[in-house]
Ligand binder design. Structure first.
Ligand code: Q9C
Ligand code: ZN
Length: 698
């Protein structure tokens, strides 16, 4: 009886292989695309008893000739050798030449196995040995181009498999393939590989955000419909914003994908199954639930005799991806789902996009010519504040979110969304008043100085510091909170940093610092590298003369590795450094006395907010060089903060409106001293690190 039931149930392949966990960041740096992704899914499927109901398969290597159907020989050779000894010294440099790529000693093997594994399951499904299959593979594939690794992808696994079925296995009778790419990012590589090919219908639904969402190429728009014989066989559904969820995807299925699939009548369906549009994903900012994925997949099961091959692409929240794959596996196994219609309605923009897609394609797919139902209920576009929380688009919040790794639970994320919205509306108000607030606080301090501290530094600088009574409350409060201040510029050199604490000037400086109110030395010092780009901008500084000063691009970039020297200081001291870096401490003109602003720029609730949400950077000051406070993670349970330019300045550096300028000699020498005395690099290494950052355009 059990055996009969089992044979009636669909045979579902499940491919998992620990060898694909070998690909990881070279020095163990955090990265969203990490081996735990596969393990989390595998653990869940086993814990739920689903793995044992599947035909479990091991990975297989792809033969070069199959990879060569979509990739150049040079690319194959490089990807296959990149993990060898020969590349030990150049591997990281090569990785940096690509967009969002890392390599280690396991990358080659993982990449060849990922491509081979999708071939393996696709072949078994096409041959009828399996009804359907899920290949848990990494590195992912859909961003990989003919001659280029990109976006965490080395080989285009799904494209390799599609080509294999069509061109290497005529015996299997696969003549038409539908590729459904529901990864939150556009499948740029796959699109190009089959752009002229009418045998492969490529459908990608992705965040587009008017061209700013990764990979941020215009060809993700719905106007790209294929060329020559392939015209009409490329379909993009580009969302205008994050927060799209079950209802939006189901609408795209019902009104675009499914009617076209019916007409196309594929022999097999390959799903580029990224789960980064899942609720809780740190990069995607969308909100498909596991039930939503189950429904999307169920709707596809009605085609191609249920021959469906899912290949993992992105997806960076471990819980979300495990739950989503689990839901999909149950669908393939034939478990009954009860789908209640989604509570949410599609966005207004969703209908507009669907209509635009249908217009673009209706000459190729007449079924799309009919009018959409008229009384559709709509949900209006989320407010900018709601959207801020999602991450991977170029404009604002962006990559800081990637820091969050992938462990936060779905509920927590939803809750955090509300918290963030609330916080941001507060911040926005503050932003409008801040220029004023800072100025008025300074003058208030000037009128009511209550605390005057004499500092004698080197016998030369004697400053009277005026701290208003208004500020005593936050100062005593923030003096109890410690943070790591991460320096990446001249403050990497400790004597220079100490000027901001103790006042005075170190070698090479032309004007002295007034120091902090609390002059006690840092409780600790340590070094780290961070995935942010170091750059030099502005053309001169009051302290160092002509030449640019260092900034850290607030946007995270896993191809970058910048050194930071971290000092454990109080949050009060951090605020005093922020005042000094932004020239907010006023000289009262008379006897060299200085007046501090009387409100803090970053308080403990804001720091706590940033560290629990792993995401936000604050811009507590308006129009200032170092107005952007960035949260870089935790060390020893304490948040790591730095200060840099606002993202809007980065745009201006990119456009050339602000100059990128190499550092002056003295300034560079200070940075180099910092790195050398901090034992991070030798003098040559430090010089070339600085020069490289100064020489590269943004
Ligand atoms: N501004 C996949 O989901 N983000 N790849 C880099 C740089 C890269 C995602 C952001 C996202 C790649 C397979
Ligand atoms: Zn993705």
């Amino acid at each position: 009886m059990a055996a009969a039931a089992a044979s009636r149930a669909a045979r579902v392949g499940l491919l998992y292989d620990e060898r694909m966990c070998a690909h990881a960041t070279p020095d163990g740096e955090e990265h969203p695309e990490n081996p735990e992704r596969l393990r989390a899914i595998w653990r869940k499927l086993n814990a739920e008893g689903v793995a044992s109901r599947c035909v479990v398969l091991k990975a297989k290597e792809a033969e070069d000739k199959y990879i060569a159907s979509v990739h150049s020989n040079n690319h194959i050779k490089l990807m296959k050798e990149i993990s060898s000894k020969k590349y030990d010294s150049s591997r990281n440099t090569i990785a940096r030449k690509y967009n969002s790529i890392y390599f280690n000693k396991g990358s080659s093997e993982s990449a060849v196995l990922a491509a081979g594994s999708v071939i393996e399951v696709a072949e078994k499904v096409a041959a009828g040995e399996l009804r359907s299959a899920i290949a848990l593979v990494r590195p992912p594939g859909h961003h990989a181009e003919h001659d280029e690794a990109m976006g965490f992808c080395l080989f285009n696994n799904v494209a390799v498999a599609a080509n294999y079925l069509l061109n290497d296995r005529p015996d299997l009778g696969i003549k038409k393939i539908l590729i459904v790419d529901w990864d939150v990012h556009h499948g740029n590589g796959t699109q190009k590989m089959f752009y002229n090919d009418p045998c492969v219908l490529f459908f990608s639904v992705h965040r587009f955000d008017y061209g700013s969402f990764y990979p941020a190429e215009g060809d993700a728009s719905h106007c790209f419909i294929g060329e020559e014989a392939g015209k009409g066989y490329n379909i993009n559904v580009p969302w205008e914003h994050g927060k799209c969820g079950d209802a939006d995807y189901i609408a795209a299925w019902d009104h675009v994908l499914l009617p076209v699939t019916e007409a196309f009548d594929p022999d097999i369906i390959l799903v580029s199954a990224g789960f980064d549009a899942a609720l809780g994903d740190p990069l995607g900012g969308c909100c498909i639930t596991p039930n939503g994925y189950a429904l999307l997949l169920t709707k596809l099961l009605g085609f191609a005799k249920g021959r469906i091959v899912m290949a993992l692409e992105g997806g960076y929240n471990l819980r979300s991806i495990a739950n989503s794959v689990f839901a999909c596996a149950k669908v393939l196994l034939g478990d009954k789902f009860t789908f209640s219609s989604p509570e949410m309605q599609p966005f207004e923009s969703t209908w507009r996009i669907i209509q635009a897609v249908r217009n673009e394609l209706k000459t190729y797919w007449p079924v799309l010519s009919s009018k959409l139902p008229e009384n559709l209920s709509l949900r209006i576009k989320p407010s900018p504040i709601e959207l801020y929380t999602s991450s991977d688009s170029e404009p604002d919040g962006e990559d800081v979110d990637e820091l969050s790794g992938a462990v936060s639970s779905v509920n927590v994320i939803q809750f955090a969304d509300d918290a963030i919205s609330e916080h941001l509306s507060k911040m926005k108000l503050d932003e409008e008043n801040l220029a004023v607030k800072t100025a008025s606080s300074c003058s208030a301090a000037e009128h009511h100085p209550t605390d005057s501290v004499e500092v004698d530094k080197d016998g030369s600088v004697v400053l009277s510091k005026r701290i208003s009574d208004l500020s005593l409350a936050w100062r005593s409060d923030l003096s109890r909170t410690h943070v790591w201040y991460a320096s990446f510029g001249s403050n990497m050199w400790k004597p220079r940093f100490l000027c901001y604490i103790q006042g005075g000037k170190a070698d090479g400086m032309s004007i002295p610092c007034c120091g902090s109110r609390d002059t006690s030395s840092p409780r600790g010092t340590m070094w780290k590298t961070v995935p942010h780009r170091l750059l030099f901008g502005r053309s001169s500084t009051p302290c160092w003369g002509t030449g640019g000063v260092a900034f850290l691009n607030p946007e995270m970039n896993y191809n970058e590795k910048s050194y930071v020297c971290m000092y454990k200081i109080t949050l009060e001291q951090f605020n005093d450094i922020l005042f000094q870096e932004n020239r907010l401490v006023l000289e009262d003109g008379k006897n060299g006395n200085v007046v501090y602003p009387d409100s803090s720029l970053v308080d403990s609730s804001e720091v706590e907010f940033m560290s629990t949400n792993k995401a936000i950077h604050l811009e507590p000051i308006k129009d200032s060089w170092y107005s952007n406070v960035l949260y870089l993670g935790d060390e020893d349970e304490l948040p790591i903060l730095t200060m840099t330019c606002p993202s809007s300045d980065i745009e201006r550096y990119k456009s050339g409106e602000l100059p990128l300028v190499p550092p002056s000699k003295t300034y560079a020498a200070t940075l180099i001293k910092g790195l050398v005395e901090g034992k991070q690099l030798d003098a040559d290494g430090a010089a070339s690190y600085i020069n490289a950052a100064a020489a590269r355009g943004l």
